[in-house]
Design a protein around this ligand. Structure first.
Ligand SMILES: O=C(O)CCC(=O)C(=O)O
Ligand SMILES: [Fe+2]
Length: 304
């Protein structure tokens, strides 16, 4: 699929494409937005360079073209003047993003996607990697695919905070909120993408246990399945420059922010689009177990 409005340049063999010739701060027609959406669904993560003219409000306005935007995230401070914008500006030691995950899968409607804008990037390091969960599923040998097809997983935001990272004072309020409500949701391990119909592995960092298996069995199987997600063939790595924008399909990817830049500044801002209720290959939908997940996407911003 091409577009009459912009050029599409794949970045890696199986995931990721750069969109060339679109100014995200301009008034984009519905036709352009529709082509951007198709490109996102096909390539799973899309990149736009040189978007220095785009500010936080423009980023929110662009995100709104794809769906409802979430307010606030319990682990990451929002901008006080703009609760839709997550301000990720607190260094490698305080981030949970340097592990493979799909965003916010502990609620029943995890994000459709997120849009990340680079404001300050270290001279070296601080890249982000995305993985294609559809090609990972296709890579599974048939017997493992049959196993994955039958599994459902409990996703939760409950962590062992004994080993938690140290937070700067201003971010502690967010952690207090994050830990005050436990969310648990049962999702299919193999999810049918609502737009492409593709099957993908829907797992990642918030998976606690597979239904009907012990925690040890779950850990072993999760490790086995994650190994297909993180195979280099299924990934793309982006070397950020200030002004870059990345937009990923959170329904078909995992990502990992590389914490290799020491104490150098790295500042990115994220806007998140509400997704739908995942559907498994048998047509069954995800189910919230704990926490009012339906309210989650509209919860109040916490500002310190
Ligand atoms: O900082 C990054 O590159 C990504 C952080 C992350 O995981 C996110 O914004 O969801
Ligand atoms: Fe993330």
């Amino acid at each position: 699929m091409g577009s009459q409005y912009f050029d599409i340049k794949p970045v890696a063999g199986r995931i990721g494409a750069e969109i060339i010739g679109v100014n995200l701060s301009s008034n984009l027609s519905d036709d352009i937005i529709s082509d951007i959406r198709k490109t996102l669904v096909k390539h799973k993560v899309i990149f736009f360079r040189d978007q220095q003219q785009l500010d936080a409000d423009g980023q929110v306005a662009f995100a709104r073209r794809f769906g409802e935007v979430t307010t606030a995230h319990p682990t990451v401070p929002s901008l006080p003047e703009n609760p839709e914008v997550l301000d990720l500006n607190y260094g490698r030691t305080t981030s949970r993003a340097n592990s493979w995950h799909t965003d916010v899968t502990f609620v029943d409607r995890p994000p459709l996607g997120s849009i990340l804008r680079a404001l300050d990037i270290p001279p070296t390091g601080g890249d982000t990697i995305w993985a294609n969960s559809v090609t990972a599923y296709q890579d599974l040998p048939i017997h493992l695919r049959n196993l994955a097809d039958q599994l459902w997983a409990v996703h939760s935001n409950k962590y062992d905070y004994a080993t938690a990272f140290d937070l700067p004072e201003y971010a502690k309020a967010y952690r207090a909120v994050f830990t005050s409500t436990v969310y648990e949701t049962l999702h299919p391990v193999v999810r049918v993408h609502p737009e492409s119909g593709e099957r993908g592995l829907f797992i990642g960092g918030f998976v606690r246990q597979f239904r009907g298996l012990s925690t040890t069995e779950s850990d072993d199987i999760l490790r086995l399945l994650q190994a297909y997600i993180t195979r280099p063939e299924n990934t793309v790595r982006w070397r950020w420059q200030v002004g870059d924008v990345a937009f990923w399909d959170n329904r078909a990817t995992q990502h990992y922010a590389i914490a290799d830049y020491g104490d150098q500044p790295r500042h990115v801002q994220r806007v998140t689009i509400v997704g739908d209720l995942p559907v498994g290959i048998d047509g069954k939908q995800s189910e919230a177990i704990k926490g009012d997940a339906s309210e989650y996407n509209r919860r109040e911003a916490v500002t310190a």
